[in-house]
Ligand binder design. Structure first.
Ligand code: ADP
Ligand code: MG
Length: 316
């Protein structure tokens, strides 16, 4: 199989079709249509074997995570995902692997109705770079820099599950395919609908890919504010608590990463509106604390200050 055969077989058909794609895979570039009152939101994320996942992770999960990480970035901007590009570096053209990879990609693309409009296919160490493109009504994107003192801080879903699974796998432990924590690592569900719904309600948002503590710190730094939060109120799944107890769960939730949940702030006067909104969501939200004037993110546990959790993962 040469490059063109790979593209033809696995990346040129069976993906969702969209009316706003004028020209997709096959030419030098893709042509897409965007309404005049909308802004384009672009995000890209690379997953590299050995750094972000083990090469033993099933190919469909590698595909799922690559697209999910990018859809999560769009969700954090309040964007509706539309299209994506795929740059794939492969050590060899293994038909079984490519079949499973494209199956995983198509399944998540179908779920969110995003069209694959192009990419690049090269030989090299296993690495997957997805670029996701979406849209927001002009001026209505969620950003990191909009939080104000007095705003309440929320996080969606639960935190720490994926980090537990990643550590277990990295330590050589085999996890059953239906283990809920393994599924949160291998097949994360980006909060796409939730991000769009928060568009005119949240004052700031970020997705937590590196860990709740550092990502919330980034939101606060961008907003020029600080925060006081209660670690007692961290959303910890019962599956995670069962594995290692409360202290370890709390650490993984704060410092673990790979959660792809949304952390966002809401003006206090609009919190009741948020609660009405989330009543219809598949995932819960948890209120962690408040934005304050000044700098820094302070966690408290049972009323006592906690030392800042050191991140488990650094890019360099
Ligand atoms: P060029 O040399 O002009 O960059 P390529 O031979 O790299 O073109 O790719 C041919 C077409 O296939 C282009 O439209 C490109 O976007 C698309 N393509 C290449 N690799 C992939 C991939 N992994 N997934 C989706 N589309 C791809
Ligand atoms: Mg090319």
């Amino acid at each position: 199989m040469d490059e063109f055969e790979i593209i033809r077989r696995y990346f040129a058909s069976r993906y969702p079709q969209r009316a706003d794609v004028v020209l997709g895979v096959g030419d030098d570039g893709a042509l897409t249509r965007l309404d005049a009152d909308q802004q384009l939101v672009s995000a890209t994320d690379s997953l590299v074997a050995g750094t972000h996942f083990s090469g033993e992770l099933p190919a469909d999960a590698i595909a799922h995570r690559s697209l999910a990480a990018n859809l999560s970035d769009l969700a954090a901007m309040g964007a509706e995902p539309r299209w994506f590009l795929l740059a794939l570096s492969l050590p060899e053209a293994d038909a079984g692997w490519l079949q499973a990879f494209s199956r995983g990609l198509i399944a998540l693309a179908e779920h969110h109705r995003v069209a694959l409009i192009g990419g690049d296919t090269v030989r090299g160490p296993l690495a997957v770079t997805v670029t996701a493109l979406g849209s927001v009504p002009a001026g209505h994107a969620l950003r990191r820099d909009g939080a104000n003192p007095g705003d309440a801080i929320y996080v969606s879903g639960s935190c720490g599950d994926a980090a537990w699974a990643w550590r277990a796998l990295a330590g050589g432990q085999a996890l059953p395919e239906d283990d809920p924590l393994y599924r949160r690592f291998a097949y994360p569900e980006p909060r796409v609908a939730e991000g769009c719904a928060l568009r005119d309600l949240a004052s700031a948002a970020i997705d937590i890919s590196d860990g709740l503590h550092v990502d919330l710190e980034r939101l606060l730094a961008a907003s020029g504010a600080g925060a006081v939060c209660r670690a007692d109120d961290l959303p910890l799944s019962s599956a995670l608590l069962d594995r290692g107890g409360e202290e370890s769960a709390r650490y993984l939730a704060l410092a673990g990463g790979d959660d792809y949940e949304l952390c966002f702030t809401v003006p206090s006067a609009r919190e009741s509106q948020l609660l009405d909104l989330v009543a219809g969501w598949d995932c819960s939200v948890s209120r962690l604390g408040e934005v304050v004037t000044g700098r820094g993110l302070q966690w408290r546990l049972r009323g006592e200050p906690m030392s800042s959790p050191r991140p488990a993962f650094a890019h360099f």
